[in-house]
Write a protein that binds this ligand. Structure first.
Ligand code: AMP
Length: 599
């Protein structure tokens, strides 16, 4: 293992490194820095974020450019504004003793004139996102015709985001004899082809294996019924009291919805996705960095620039479409030498995806069970006990001690401890005491015996195949109008002129209320609770129950009276719900286990 001095770095950089507290070079730095300092060569480096790759290209670039010149000599392209700002910051830190150094960030969503002004002052290094860079080139606001070093950072992400054309265009304005350094976490075909097209005989370095995830991240998966995803997420959070996590969803809508639900349920959570304004995104990121937000729910695109070193858990609320995206997600934890856990919540149909991810990351997942309610209560209790044990006494309370002692003069130590811990424990215990088991076995049946958990409601709806629906389009339609998530409508069974579907019982009121007077294409869409709880052959059995008559043949008047029957039945349903195994959702949050904000 070399020291930074042995890698050949000059005194200005060594002094900055000492200030930053870096004690030894990381693997990618050890491999890249000497080569880049000694030779004018192209380089392809396969390295994850968090491995110290910014310094691996940053130190050599800072040492090799001429700081006395005001010509732009280095160009770094990165996929997102966040990453662009982060690299700029890092370079400024690394070059704090390089007198006269000017590093400028160029990215969309901010004043182009201001950025042009910064460049004009004589930026030796420009860090840019491709879109804004291309724009500035076409307006002749930057001159990159004399650069000697170009870096393509997170090349796979830039290509994923559709920047191929922009990159090609930008590079066509740079000299042929520059050196190009490409950094990428994964090496899909597209990246290999860009390396082939724009680079000459590059040196290849790999940190770990290609596409392999960092060694200090462990991978776990939790098998649940798709519709229990959210409950599973909450349990994972509750079972890890000090969690500081990024939760990945596939769509902006799911991201927003999950974050909102978490906040509603008392967690310190925030959403990060592309439908938010830049200002909103900056605020969320600031809160996350300051640890005011404990759970950041994000889309893959929005999370690309996230560089927070202490993330303890990455939770894949849904698996990504592209297997390689998983590597990026899990790379958000286990950074800067720390350990991390990447958790995946999967439905049975997705288990095979786990196998293909294992092949790519060359690591085994551990199959784990979603903790039971009582396990969570235990974890929370012991975590609190440890916190109390390790708490330093605040002597500001001394002046109140007499009154407190008076209050407890007849309480012995054991009783006092029990009372003290019950304050916290009871909240969790009340919430979880009758909670359902979310475990599902891989063999097929649910660990609840494969039966309906008794927490779903099955509905009849008077639209079917004749109206142009199949199960998928009906499911989409229902999700859309009811504003429910992808797993919230299930067991959709489409017949000719009517259909059935299920939701969690907790959505029942919402569903029935929505369809009270809902017209679609000029006709009333009627939804009623079906007595048939099952799935297969549901249509036929239901017809028998309704006297062999097709339900959609009923005259509208009769339908209306059935609806009023339903509204009476609602009271029944409510009383049934109150003894359902799930904790009742009440308007007051006092009976939910709320999390205290991290300081
Ligand atoms: P990067 O992979 O460039 O995103 O770096 C991840 C984090 O590691 C950043 O916060 C760096 O400041 C930090 N870092 C970079 N090099 C080292 C090193 N040699 N020792 C300790 N931390 C480092």
């Amino acid at each position: 293992m070399s020291t930074f001095q042995e890698l050949g770095l000059n005194e200005d950089l060594i002094n900055a490194i000492t200030d930053l507290g870096f004690t030894k070079p990381s693997e990618v730095q050890e491999k890249a820095i000497p080569v880049l300092l000694e030779e004018e060569r192209d380089l392809v480096a396969l390295a994850q974020t968090g491995t110290g790759k910014t310094a691996a290209f940053g130190f050599p670039m800072l040492q090799k450019i001429d700081i006395n010149s005001r010509t732009t000599q280095g160009l770094i392209l990165s996929p997102t504004r966040e990453l662009c700002l982060q690299i700029t910051n890092e370079l400024k830190n690394y070059g704090k003793y390089c007198k006269g150094l000017n590093v400028t960030a160029i990215y969309g969503g901010a004043s182009i004139t201001e950025q042009a002004k910064q460049v004009k002052k004589g930026a030796q290094i420009i860090v840019a996102t491709p879109g804004r860079m291309k724009d500035m080139i076409s307006r002749k606001l930057v001159d990159i015709s004399k650069i000697q070093y170009s870096v393509l950072d997170e090349a796979d992400e830039m290509l994923n985001m559709g920047f191929y054309e922009d990159i090609t265009d930008i590079l066509s304005h740079t000299p042929m004899d520059k050196s190009t350094w490409l950094f990428s976490a994964t090496m899909p075909r597209e990246v290999a082809s860009i390396a082939k097209k724009f680079m000459y005989d590059p040196i290849e370095i790999t940190v770990g294996n290609k596409n392999e995830s960092t060694s200090n991240v462990s991978h776990e998966y939790y098998l649940v019924n798709g519709r229990d995803r959210y409950l599973a997420l909450k349990r994972l959070a509750d079972a890890n009291p000090d969690i500081f996590s990024v939760i990945f969803c596939r769509t902006k809508r799911d991201t927003q919805r999950v974050a909102e639900k978490l906040v509603e349920d008392g967690y310190s959570a925030g959403a990060l996705h592309g439908d938010l304004s830049q200002n909103q995104r900056d605020l969320v990121m600031k809160s996350f960095r300051n640890k005011q937000i404990q759970m950041l729910v994000a889309t893959d695109v929005a999370a690309r620039g996230i560089d927070v070193d202490d993330v303890t858990h990455v939770i894949n609320y849904q698996l990504p479409d592209e297997t390689e995206t998983y590597t990026h997600r899990s790379g958000r934890t286990g950074r800067a030498g720390k350990t991390g856990v990447s958790m995946v919540i999967v439905a049975k149909s997705e288990v095979r995806k786990i196998k293909s991810i294992e092949r790519i990351i060359k690591k085994q997942f551990e199959k784990k069970d979603i903790p039971s309610g009582i396990e969570i209560c235990e974890v929370q209790l012991m975590s609190l006990a440890n916190k109390v044990h390790n708490t330093e006494v605040n002597h500001e309370i001394d002046k109140y001690l007499n009154s407190i002692n008076d209050l407890f003069k007849d309480t012995n130590k054991e009783e006092l401890i029990k009372k003290f811990f019950s304050v916290e424990f009871t909240r969790f215990f009340n919430y979880y005491k009758n909670s359902k088991d979310l475990r599902v076995s891989e063999s097929g049946s649910s660990d609840r015996g494969g039966k309906s958990s008794g927490t779903d409601t099955r509905y009849f709806i008077n639209v079917g195949r004749k109206d142009g629906y199949d199960w998928m389009s009906l499911k989409d339609f229902l999700k859309e109008v009811l504003e429910l998530g992808r797993d919230d409508v299930f067991k959709v069974d489409v017949k000719d002129s009517f259909s059935f579907f299920n939701t969690e019982k907790e959505n029942e009121e919402k569903v029935l209320a929505f369809f009270t007077d809902f017209k679609y294409n000029g006709r009333f869409v009627n939804v009623e609770v079906s007595e048939n709880k099952g799935r297969s052959g549901g249509g036929r059995r239901d017809r028998k129950r309704s006297g062999g008559r097709r339900r959609d043949d009923k005259p509208r008047g009769e339908r209306r009276s059935r609806r009023s029957e339903n509204s009476e039945n609602k009271n029944d349903r409510r009383s049934r719900r109150s003894d359902s195994p799930k904790p009742r959702r009440s308007k007051s949050t006092s009976d939910r286990p709320r999390r205290s904000r991290r300081k």
